[in-house]
Design a protein. Structure first.
Length: 368
């Protein structure tokens, strides 16, 4: 196997593929990167749950495949000067790397020891702009559950239908929903993608209008983004019936500046910490929200100007959950819908299409 390529391209490919390399594995090859050279160079990482393979331009003079330690290979390439890297290996898997005046001799593993990444049958597929997919993941993944008791909720639901693509995450305390139209969608289908895999998809997607493809297979999913592919397992199980879980007939409707709400919650949240937990107490009156928090650290109060009459509703929230919903809401103004002090708060856009919805469950307040 012989090839040469730009150091910066190779380093970028190694960084991307290394994200799914197993830190420790009973299969030594899985702690490495699979290099496959034909007309291009493909670098793959796989941890038996999620795999990434990325292609880059290289001048291949002898095709072949082998596996190199991801840590060692990455450290070597990172330290090389910005020049052309020349790579060659013999039949005994001795590898020689040269770049500028630097050279390394290292040992590879056989590509035959590397488990094959799953093939994804094309049952259904959609195309969506990379920047749109990236924002939809970022604006919902914060609500993905980390509790393995309900494994299906450690991922996000992707639902494709007449309304376009809807992505939903839920963790038992809050729900995050984003919706965007699709130019073409082949029918209606749904699947749950693991949160850990989606975090990598978000990283791979660039801020560009170029499209990414999502392909649904029997047991796996394929995200095809530019020169990079991510393959992961679908999560099985019954995802929450989110439409039934969201109450929409709420008598109280308040309009607020997203920035102003965030700043007020931030101010009163200063006295709250992991050791000193307490809800933020909100009292919604006419055109005002009176916020307060009280812990052993002290007491904080603030007033946030809003539009609408909350009728004196008193309700408590986990400050981080409410902050997350507001910080990720892609709008300057939001509508807060509420009913009682023990009913969820629904956050939606004030204008235009309802392309996001966040639901935050309240925390019971102690009378003080």
């Amino acid at each position: 196997m012989k090839f040469s390529c730009e150091k910066t391209l190779l380093q970028s490919a190694i960084t991307t593929a290394s994200r799914t390399v197993a830190a420790k594995s009973s299969i030594p090859a899985l702690e490495g990167l699979l290099l496959h050279a034909d007309h291009q160079l493909t670098v793959s990482g796989y941890n038996m749950q999620t795999g990434i393979r990325t292609r880059l331009d290289a001048d291949v003079t002898e095709p072949g495949s082998l596996v190199l330690s991801a840590r060692l290979f990455g450290e070597i390439i990172r330290r090389l000067p910005d020049d052309v890297v020349t790579f060659s290996s013999d039949k005994d898997l001795n590898v020689k790397l040269t770049c500028g005046d630097a050279s390394y001799d290292i040992l590879a593993l056989s590509a035959e020891d590397y488990p094959e990444l799953p093939e994804v049958e094309d049952q259904y597929s959609i195309r969506i702009q990379q920047n749109t997919l990236r924002s939809m993941i970022a604006q919902t993944s914060f609500a993905v559950s980390t509790d393995e008791i309900r494994p299906v909720h450690t991922g996000s639901l992707f639902e494709i239908g007449e309304e376009g693509l809807t992505v939903v995450s839920v963790d038992g305390f809050r729900l995050a929903l984003r919706r965007e139209p699709l130019e073409t969608a082949g029918g209606s289908f749904r699947f749950v993608a693991p949160g850990t895999a989606l975090n990598e998809v978000e990283r791979i997607c660039e801020d560009t209008d170029e499209s990414a493809a999502i392909t649904l297979g029997n047991r796996h999913l394929l995200f095809d983004v530019g020169d990079t592919q991510l393959i992961c397992r679908r999560l099985e199980g019954e995802f929450l019936d989110y439409k039934a879980a969201i109450p929409r007939s709420n008598p109280i409707s308040i309009t607020a500046s997203t920035k102003a709400m965030i700043e007020s919650i931030d101010r009163v949240g200063v006295v709250i910490s992991d050791k000193q937990k307490s809800p933020v107490r909100c009292i919604f009156k006419e055109d005002r929200v009176y916020m307060s928090a009280k812990t052993a650290n002290g007491e904080a109060k603030d007033v946030c100007a809003v539009s609408g009459d909350g009728g004196g509703l008193e309700i408590g929230f986990n400050n981080r959950y409410l902050l997350d919903a507001l910080k990720y809401a892609p709008a300057d103004q939001v509508r807060l819908e509420m009913n009682t002090g023990i009913s969820p708060c629904i956050i939606t856009p004030v204008e235009g299409e309802e392309n996001f919805l966040y639901m935050v469950l309240p925390v019971r307040l102690k009378n003080s």
